[in-house]
Design a protein around this ligand. Structure first.
Ligand SMILES: Nc1ncnc2c1ncn2[C@@H]1O[C@H](COP(=O)(O)OP(=O)(O)OP(=O)(O)O)[C@@H](O)[C@H]1O
Ligand SMILES: [Mg+2]
Length: 212
């Protein structure tokens, strides 16, 4: 069973958005997927509750209550949505459960500074240092041709960890969340740009580079 943790202690950077869309991506590919919400704010659980009955199934579990105990044995991928402000022991506990860690970062000076500190902390976690967990960063809510995107892009390129996707700021994410869907479940004429932007991320996740 593969565990993909979406984490960044900075609030509002897109952890739940990336986690729910990733779960939707696996589900639409017919993969048995579980979505474990470790945030008592329940963004991922609430999203799963909004999911239409005829959408490809995703098993949602309340990780903040029961850890991964509710994940069915049949699941072959578990996407873990981490809470904001996870540092120290809590961070170690979460990383202990994952082979892959995705870190979304917003194009803002405050978020970049926080991300730099977090990546430093993450690289010191034993599992990451021993290459038992692989990490990658994602630029999220980008607006092309803006100075703030150029700055984030340059910052992420220099971090020294795989920089695997740039996701645009799009109402598709807001609308899809409200319907319990991922952007992969929106019609192509609306979401083709988002699909293109996710391809490098899902390709990386399919590659050996993203696993220990
Ligand atoms: N690419 C995007 N385009 C447009 N809106 C986005 C995008 N990514 C995230 N958002 C919006 O930004 C807000 C924060 O996103 P999200 O809840 O995914 O962040 P989070 O890191 O899980 O937050 P928290 O730290 O509170 O758990 C939400 O309103 C979400 O819809
Ligand atoms: Mg969240």
């Amino acid at each position: 069973m593969r565990h993909i943790l979406v984490m960044n202690p900075k609030g509002g950077c897109g952890k739940s958005t990336v986690a729910t869309n990733l779960a939707s991506w696996y589900a639409t590919r017919g993969r048995p997927v579980a979505l474990a919400d470790f945030d008592p704010q329940r963004s991922s659980l609430d999203w799963a509750g909004l999911r239409p009955a005829d959408a490809p199934p995703i098993t949602a579990v309340a990780g903040f209550e029961d850890g991964l105990r509710g994940v069915p044995r049949s699941a072959d991928v578990v996407v873990i949505d981490a809470p904001a402000r996870a540092h120290g022991r809590e961070l170690n506990e979460l990383v202990r459960r994952a082979e892959t860690v995705l870190v979304p970062v917003l194009p803002s000076a405050i978020d970049m500074r926080a991300a730099a500190n977090f990546i430093t902390e993450l690289l010191e976690v034993g599992r990451v240092a021993r290459q038992q967990a692989k990490i990658a960063v994602i630029a999220n809510r980008i607006k092309e041709h803006t100075v703030s995107f150029d700055e984030l892009d340059a910052f992420l390129r220099k971090l020294g960890v795989p920089y695997v996707a740039t996701l645009r700021d799009a109402q598709n994410y807001v609308r899809a969340y409200a319907r319990g869907l991922g952007v992969f479940e929106l019609p192509p004429y609306l979401a083709w740009q988002d699909w293109e932007q996710w391809a490098p991320l899902t390709d990386w996740l399919d590659s050996a580079a993203s696993r220990p």
